[in-house]
Design a protein around this ligand. Structure first.
Ligand code: SF4
Length: 381
């Protein structure tokens, strides 16, 4: 997978989930007053604006967030602020879509840079997923298949999931989602979108399945690269998608850090490859990683396999603990990093002038079914 790097705030990537240009006269990045301008615009807006900051955002942007969290927590927080006319989402496109779906019609969701997409979400388009469903129909495997889609997917994929009576999941509740799909929902197999690693780690690591229970559907190959019999016999049909940040960690990086940092606890996100999870001591969502580090006694040592902005922030917050990045290679999420101070200042100052820029809106029909899948997640036992 290649990530097309666009100049910040310029150009478009029609192959991606966002596929839109990002207009606007941005202040220069070298402007020494950016922080003061953002503060002034935010103060002028008062309760009319609510700024959400994902854990993977830059420090200087996080400083202006009213609340920080993972994608699901932030969407919930947006929904809990009906008095805010504008939600400025410092995160990526699929998160802003979820916020638009969950907030009221009087609220506007703004993504400061429309080029802030997610390479994982881009790996499953609506057309590809409809084709996969046709392949399941042809194989006689559609009736028993329940779609379970990770929060990190476009609104169109969430709507597909809702139309087929499936559920959304997060990295915190993926096991509960699969238990529901195979239990109460009565599924024979799950089509897990779009992160193969979260699906595999949950199915094998938490539900006790084997590699033989899982097949990988490759949307770039006819029939997903699978025979009809493989589709019928699989319990987990994993979409061939991954996070371009977490997917970079390797088992070698786990072995290297154990040799480099004696007594280290290796703590990774379930978007990592299976071999990395098997080599780690602990695995869990972003919120879990933060809670483990926060609760550890002074002197603890952690090697963390998740996005670098968060790892650095944890290291700064806990000077009494040794906190290192799992891999020596710098590994920011390039699309998360597109939200920078010039874009934030531009979005806030525009709002303060009464001008809504970079609004994210989801088509009402798509939103209806996406909401159904999101509500199913909220109703998980
Ligand atoms: S860290 Fe991975 S899953 Fe998260 S926004 Fe970046 S590419 Fe997408």
């Amino acid at each position: 997978m290649t990530i097309n790097l666009l100049l910040l705030g310029r150009g478009s990537d029609p192959a991606s989930e966002r596929g839109v240009d990002c207009p606007g006269e941005l202040p220069p990045a070298a402007d020494p007053d950016l922080a003061a301008r953002a503060a002034a615009a935010k103060a002028a807006l008062g309760d009319r604006v609510f700024v959400l900051g994902h854990h993977y955002q830059r420090d200087e942007v996080i400083a202006f967030a009213d609340v920080t969290g993972d994608s699901f927590k932030l969407a919930q927080q947006a929904a809990a602020r009906p008095q805010a006319e504008a939600i400025v989402f410092c995160g990526v496109h699929f998160m802003a879509e979820s916020a638009d779906i969950l907030t009221g019609p009087h609220q506007r969701v703004v993504l400061p840079d429309l080029a802030a997409g997610c390479s994982m979400a881009d790996m499953a388009t609506a057309e590809q997923v409809e084709q996969a469903f046709d392949d399941l129909l042809d194989a006689g495997a559609a009736a028993g298949t329940v779609p379970v889609s990770y929060m990190n997917s476009s609104a169109a994929i969430k709507a597909f999931t809702g139309r087929h009576d499936g559920t959304i999941c997060t990295s915190s509740n993926a096991k509960r989602a699969l238990d529901w799909a195979f239990g109460e929902r009565g599924g024979e197999r799950v089509l897990f979108l779009p992160d193969q690693h979260l699906g595999r780690n949950t199915a094998i690591g938490e539900l006790g399945m084997t590699e033989d229970d899982c097949v990988v559907y490759d949307p770039r190959r006819p029939g997903g690269g699978l025979a009809p019999r493989q589709l019928r016999e699989a319990k987990m049909i994993l979409w061939r998608g991954h996070c371009s940040v977490h997917g970079r960690f390797t088992r070698a990086s786990v072995d290297e850090v154990r040799a480099r940092v004696p007594g280290v606890t290796v703590l990774v996100h379930p978007e990592c490859q299976r071999e990395v999870v098997l080599g780690a001591d602990l695995v869990g969502s972003t919120e879990y990683i933060i809670s483990v580090v926060d609760a550890a006694p002074p002197g603890s040592a952690f090697a963390i396999g998740t996005e670098l902005n968060l790892v650095r922030r944890l290291a700064t917050r806990h000077p009494d603990k040794t906190i290192v990045f799992l891999d020596r290679t710098v590994c920011f999420c390039s699309t998360m990093n597109r939200i920078d101070m010039p874009h934030l200042v531009w979005a806030l100052e525009s709002l303060a002038r009464g001008e809504i820029v970079n609004q994210i809106t989801v088509d009402p029909d798509v939103a209806t079914y996406a909401r159904k899948a999101l509500d199913q997640m909220l109703a998980l036992p």
